[in-house]
Design a protein. Structure first.
Length: 220
């Protein structure tokens, strides 16, 4: 059976541990914070966006997608002139810069990690790591040392990613292994995203009634 080793990092986002390497993929300081402070902030997007009409991003070893999600989150927070949201879905976006298109190429050999990316919790306020399924004393002693959540994550980013995944990989809706993974690691997954996924399953894809989806999102 497919097995993951997730844990909550100190900013409330989920990290993963590699049993084979006896090491972590994400800093205990915070998986989301690490994506921002190692990749997003040093990239100096302010300067780039002054003279480019599009941006192309290559995300190698996509994993559960923190770098891509952090970029999209950063972009909408800092470069939107007006983002119109209706029932948690994007109705329109008007940017005050020259960026017209965003291309993201994601590469990973593990489809289940990619599939999990929209479901993973990014800012859980109250959590415990007392039942993680790995033992590493050096890592464990650093966990649950609360870190201030510096970066607010907009939930519509995960909705965008899930919709894209269902469109590109429609087999995700009927993937029994992935369904079992979602159930097994539900503690680390956003129940609202699981509800939206269930809606897509019941509709047979993303081409169901937009009105019904908006009502559904509003209710959850």
């Amino acid at each position: 059976m497919y097995e993951l080793y997730p844990y909550f990092t100190n900013d409330g986002s989920v990290g993963l541990y590699s049993f084979s390497d006896d090491d972590i993929y994400h800093s205990t300081y915070g998986a989301l914070s690490e994506a921002y402070e190692k990749f997003i902030l040093p990239a100096d997007f302010d300067e780039f966006f002054k003279s480019h009409s599009q941006i192309k991003i290559l995300d190698i070893c996509f994993g559960i997608g923190y770098n891509t999600k952090a970029f999209l989150n950063y972009f909408f927070e800092n470069y939107k002139k007006n983002t119109s949201l209706k029932n948690n879905t994007i109705a329109s976006i008007d940017t005050d810069n020259k960026i017209k298109k965003i291309f993201i190429k994601s590469i990973d050999t593990d489809k289940n990690l990619i599939f999990l990316s929209p479901f993973i919790k990014t800012s859980k306020k109250f959590y415990m790591n007392n039942k993680i399924n790995f033992e590493n004393e050096k890592i464990s002693e650093k966990l649950s040392k609360k870190t201030k959540q510096k970066y607010k994550f907009n939930k519509f980013i995960n909705i965008i990613l899930l919709k894209k995944l269902v469109k590109i990989f429609p087999e995700i809706l009927d993937d029994e292994e992935f369904a079992e993974i979602l159930k097994m690691y539900s503690k680390f997954c956003d129940p609202n995203m699981r509800a939206i996924f269930k809606f897509y399953q019941n509709q047979g894809g993303i081409n169901g009634s937009l009105t019904r989806l908006n009502v559904f999102l509003h209710n959850i």
